[in-house]
Structures are given as C-alpha cells and as structure tokens.
Write a protein of this length. Structure first.
Lengths: 362, 276
C-alpha cells in the first residue's frame, strides 16, 4: 500500500514537472495591471500609479515611457489596460484605459489612443470618457478588446455604489461600450436609435468586468467579479441585459441580499458562475501549441483562488474546469501568450512579477 | 448584577438597533427591485428581510456595539457631571453613534457605501432614527432593576439569532446550505434530497425554537434540549470519524460549542431556580 502511494506521488510529481516549470523574468513591478507583446522579446506594460514601460525579456532592461496621461491612482483605479491596435505594425497605435478625475472632480474611466515612439507617447487623444462619475475609482472594468470590424469594446464597471444604474441605459455604469478607433459611434450599435439610451452602449447589466476577449470566430467572452459569490463568465451579444444587480448568484460583502432572484426573462444567464468567488482578473483563449493540453481552452487568472482556471466546454455546453499553476501561490493579475505561444503570467500587488511558464523541453 | 447590566444593556440595545436598521436596507433594495419589474412578493420580501437581519445584522452588530459603548459612556459622564441627562440624552447619543459609525465606515474603512439603505438621505435619516430608538431602549434597560434572567435571556436570544442563519439557509436556499455540508443536492436521488432537506431543516428549526422557548419561559429544559442535540451531533461526528472512517471533520468543534452554550444557560437557570 505504502509503495503504491509512493509511486503515485512520484508519478504525479514527474507528471507536473515534466509539463512545465516557472521562470521569473521581471520582478518588483509596481502594481502592474496588464501587458502586451510588442515582439517575442519585448513587452509593454502598465503600472497602476501611472507608469507605462517597455521591458526586454532577454536582458531585463526597462524603458519608462514619457507623455503618459495623468491618472488617478487610488483604490482600484490608475493606469489599467494597454492594448495594441490590430494594425500596430504599420500605425504604432496603442490604447490605454485609466481612471482620472473629470471636469467636476469626480472619478471616471477614460480610453486614450496614442502613437508609440521609442520612449514616449505622441498624438495622445482621449477617445472615450465614461458618463459614470463616482466618488472614488472602484469597479472600473477597464478591459479593452477589438471586434473583427476594427471597432473597440471597452468594459465600464458599475462603480460599486451605483450598481442599480447598470440596469438603465442613460449612463455607462455596468456597460460594455463599443466605439470606433477615433471615438465616434458605429452606426450599427444596438441602442443608436433608442431614445434616452447612450448610443455607445453594446450590452448592459454588468458588474466589474475583468476579462474581455474576442475569439477568432468572432464570439465575445467576458467575465466579471461578483460580490460574495456569483463571479460570472458570459457570452456577450449586442443589446442584451446580463442582469446585474436584479439577478445574481452572489450576496453583498456586508452579507446583505442583493437580489433574491437568479433568473428572469429578458435577462441573460451566465455560461456559468463561480460561487464561492475566485476573483477572475484576466483571460485569454489559448490557441498556441506549446502546451498541447491547453490548446483551444480559455485560461482565466484569479486573484483569490491564486491559480489559472483552464476552461473548456463539453458538447452539451457544460463547462469543464481545471486548476493550473496554483503552486505559484500568487494573486495572478494578467495572462498573455507570446507571439511564439509561450504563456506569461503577471502577479498582482506592489512587488509583482512577470513569470514565464516554460514548457517541457524548452 | 448592577454592574453587569450595563454591558448587557449595550449588547441588547445594539441587537435591538440591528433589528431596526437592517430592514431599511432590505426595503430600499426591495423597492428598487420592484421598480425594475422583478417579481417581488411576500415570500421573497420575507426572505430578504430575514436574511439581512441575520447576515447583514451580524456584521453591523459589532460596529454598533463599539459605537454605543463609546456614546453611552460619554452620555453617562454628561449625565453625571452636568445638568443634562435623562432618556433623550441617551437617545441622541445613540443616534449620533449610528450616524458617526456609518460615516466612519465609509471614510476610514471601505471608501464605499457598504450599507445599501444608507445611500439616500431618507435612508440616512431612518438609520439615525434607529440609533435614537436604540439609545431610548438602552436607557429603559439601565433604569430598571435587573437580575440574572436579563443576561440569560440576552444570551439565549443571541444564540437563537446565530442559529437563525442556518435556519434561513435551509429554508430558503437549501442548495447552498447543502453545499456547505458537502452535498451537491442536484446529484442526489429524489429520496436522498427529501431526507436531507427535511432532516437538516427540522434539526436547525428545532434548536432555534428550543432556545426561543427557553428565553420566553426560562424553563431550563428547553436550553438542555437544544444543547443535547448539538452535543450529540459532536459525539456522533467523532464516532463517524474514528469508528466509521469518514475522515476528519472539524465541524465537531462548532457542534460542541453550540451544544455547550445552551447547556450552560440551562445549568445556571436550574441552579438559580433551585437556590431561590
């Protein structure tokens, strides 16, 4: 019996270590929030206090970019997402989401485009200011994704104290926004002709969205933090209401009931929900082949469960989940696949790390 | 007893104020849900109000105790050394304590308004009113002669308040309640689901009612009844672990605590009643 257990442990260990190991590439990142690959060797990444940096993964050299927008770094706010324009190779345009104070001194979410030069940003242009003023920068969402037609999706969170406004269309609390690259509004947006609705709204009834991706097939997947329980993964369609806070699987942090209802006609159900919460923080759909077991699966980083959830769907639509990389025991903030298909993880907090998941045989 | 009645009066007034405050958040939430055409009915309203009273209430209880302890101590000093005093001094102290506690919870702790019912002016005014009545209630308690039954009753009520959370879970959200005990309700057979729901629900409802009956009648038998059930659960938990090999389950610690609590109340009652 003991021998059997010993062999099992040995096999399990070999199995784990033969699949991948971890290599810390960068450390002491100051509240890093997101990153993108400029090339196999270079990443651009944000730090919440308002720093945008380019790092070389081979020699560790870091360039801090100039002319970055002034942000409001407080609570959950600061410089958030950075993404490259789909035509970045030719136009060098990047997009940044961040929190800053508006003209009335209230905190809100901004989206800016800028041209990336060697060590600075040029032609900065604010292309979106959320009509979602709040006392302090919380529940901003701030995730960015591109649709196939080149329009931009931006997640705008519910602002915590304003959760009920996620159900009305005259504001940007708890909405996914769709705009053109220059900030104009696409003529085929779902609420363009609805009186009283903001024309840039794409879907509504969201809470604090931290994962937003568009797959090659054009499907939009989003995940959002629930309160205590009820973190959701959703398939996003234009004009639909995702229910927050009228329906939810979670309860308030205070223990109060947010809603006794979990479903209602006209409100979308999540693909699935995490209860208890895992605090999902980012997501990719991995299509590379460097880790064969992960190909064609969603990889979701989590802050509370401190792991990456590998998610696939069975033919019946039931989600299948597997916990990965929990041995890091770190709050994971961001995940990206390099152009060569290697997975990198960014940890959360004031002394964050960029960790490369090195596959077998590399 | 005269000294002991003051802290228990603070605890009692805090629990009374919790009972007044939590429905403010519940009702403001229910009114909003109804405004967006959610099917708010009597059962869903009762569910929200009771759950908030228990879960939100337990979180608020600690905050209110601290606020009241400070406010009523200051009111006591003012009463002793100035010409001001009486029931309205304590009522105002209670109101100020709640108002300040709710402001400080936002400004110093959470930066956001965790208490949904406090987001509107009318909600704030109602909370101050609840604090006012809490102070009023406190003064009433300390103005009267109290004996040991006052403490027994408070501890019995607080025990029932704690058990109420389990009762509500099993009555309104049995799937979640079952999951907390390791069951996936939907994966059980129909008979097993039925057995699980009826037995667990009656277990917690019975112990809740026993403690309430103990508080009302001051008959120690009710407290012993509640205690025996939990002590029994703890003993059979250990038998399950060590005789039937079910694996270690530390819930037995909670079961022994929940069993000992009413048994101690029952023993004190028996002793005092025999002595009398």
């Amino acid at each position: 019996m003991k021998l059997k257990i010993l062999f099992s442990i040995l096999f399990f260990s070999i199995n784990i270590f033969s699949e991948y190991k971890f290599e810390t590439i960068l450390s002491n990142l100051d509240d890093a929030w997101s990153f993108e690959f400029l090339s196999e060797d270079k990443i651009i990444y944000t730090e919440m206090p308002g720093k945008l940096k380019i790092a070389s993964l081979s020699d560790g050299s870091i360039v801090t970019l100039r002319n970055v927008p002034k942000v409001q770094y407080a609570s959950q706010g600061g410089l958030s997402e950075v993404v490259l324009d789909p035509d970045f190779e030719s136009n060098k345009i990047i997009y940044l989401s961040y929190s800053a104070k508006n003209s009335n001194g209230k905190s809100t979410l901004y989206l800016m485009s800028a041209e990336l030069n060697e060590d600075s940003l040029e032609n900065n242009k604010i292309i979106f200011e959320a009509k979602a003023p709040r006392r302090i920068p919380v529940h901003l969402g701030a995730k960015i994704a591109f649709l196939e037609d080149g329009t931009i999706l931006l997640a705008s969170g519910d602002g915590f104290d304003h959760r009920e406004k996620a159900q009305t269309l005259d504001n940007h609390f708890g909405k996914i926004i769709r705009i053109n690259k220059d900030g104009t509004i696409p003529a085929n947006n779902p609420f363009v002709d609805v009186e009283g609705a903001l024309p840039d709204i794409y879907s509504y009834g969201h809470r604090n969205m931290q994962g937003l991706i568009v797959t090659k097939s054009g499907q939009i997947f989003e995940h959002e933090h629930g309160p205590r329980g009820g973190d959701e993964m959703n398939l996003i369609e234009p004009s639909l209401n995702y229910g927050w806070p009228a329906i939810t699987y979670g309860i308030d942090y205070s223990g109060a009931v947010i809603s006794p209802f979990t479903e209602k006609e006209g409100m979308e159900q999540p693909l699935f929900h995490w209860t208890p919460s895992i605090a999902p923080s980012d997501m990719i759909f991995y299509e590379g082949n460097r880790y064969p077991k992960l190909t064609n699966s969603f990889l979701v980083t989590a802050l509370v469960s401190k792991d990456v959830k590998k998610i696939t769907f069975s033919e019946s639509g039931k989600e299948l989940q597997e916990s990965l990389f929990s041995e890091l025991n770190s709050r994971l903030r961001n995940i990206q696949a390099s152009p060569d298909g290697l997975i990198y993880l960014m940890t959360d907090g004031p002394r964050g790390k960029l960790i490369k998941v090195v596959p077998e045989g590399l | 007893m005269n000294i002991a009645k003051y802290p228990f009066a603070v605890l009692s007034a805090a629990l009374f104020t919790v009972m007044l405050m939590t429905p403010i958040s519940s009702l403001s939430n229910l009114i909003w849900l109804a405004s967006v055409d959610m099917p708010v009915g009597i059962i869903s309203s009762v569910e929200v109000i009771l759950f908030d009273f228990q879960r939100l209430g337990i979180a608020l209880f600690g905050v209110i105790i601290v606020g009241f302890a400070v406010a009523f101590s200051v009111a006591g000093l003012i009463s002793k050394y100035t010409k001001f005093g009486g029931i309205y001094l304590y009522a105002i102290a209670g109101s100020v304590a709640i108002g300040l506690a709710l402001i400080l919870m936002v400004e110093l702790l959470f930066q956001t308004q965790l208490l949904g019912g406090n987001r509107t002016l009318i909600g704030k005014i109602l909370h101050w009113g609840a604090g006012f009545l809490g102070g009023y209630f406190y003064f009433k308690l300390i103005s009267e002669e109290k004996n040991y039954t006052f403490i027994i009753r408070f501890l019995g009520v607080f025990y029932a308040y704690f058990i109420l959370g389990l009762v509500l879970n099993w009555v309104f959200t049995p799937e979640i309640a079952a999951a907390e005990f390791g069951f996936v309700l939907s994966e059980l057979s129909s008979d097993a689901q039925n057995a699980l729901l009826r037995d667990f629900t009656s277990f917690f409802v019975a112990t809740f009612l026993f403690s309430i009956l103990g508080v009302i009648t001051l008959n120690p038998v009710w407290f012993f009844s509640a205690g025996i059930i939990y002590i029994g659960a703890g003993i059979f938990n250990l038998i399950a672990i060590y005789a039937h090999g079910t694996g270690f389950n530390q819930i037995f610690i909670g079961e022994f605590i929940l069993g000992s609590w009413p048994i101690i109340l029952g023993l004190v009652l028996s002793y005092k009643q025999k002595k009398a």
